[in-house]
Design a protein around this ligand. Structure first.
Ligand code: ZN
Length: 53
């Protein structure tokens, strides 16, 4: 799923890598706008919700 860049106004950044780890889904993103790289871990039960900051 897409995420918003935490470093610039870029929205709906597609993940470079997305891994389903059963109970968690991890994703690695690279912003096309500013080049910022970040990763997320989401609880699969709440997949689709924004990760709490
Ligand atoms: Zn960015």
């Amino acid at each position: 799923m897409t995420d918003n860049c935490p470093n610039c106004p870029q929205r709906q950044v597609a993940p470079m890598v997305e891994q389903d780890r059963g109970d968690r889904i991890s994703a690695l993103y690279r912003c096309a706008g500013c080049g910022h790289v970040w990763s997320t871990n989401r609880d699969a039960r709440f997949y689709g919700e924004q990760e709490a900051a």
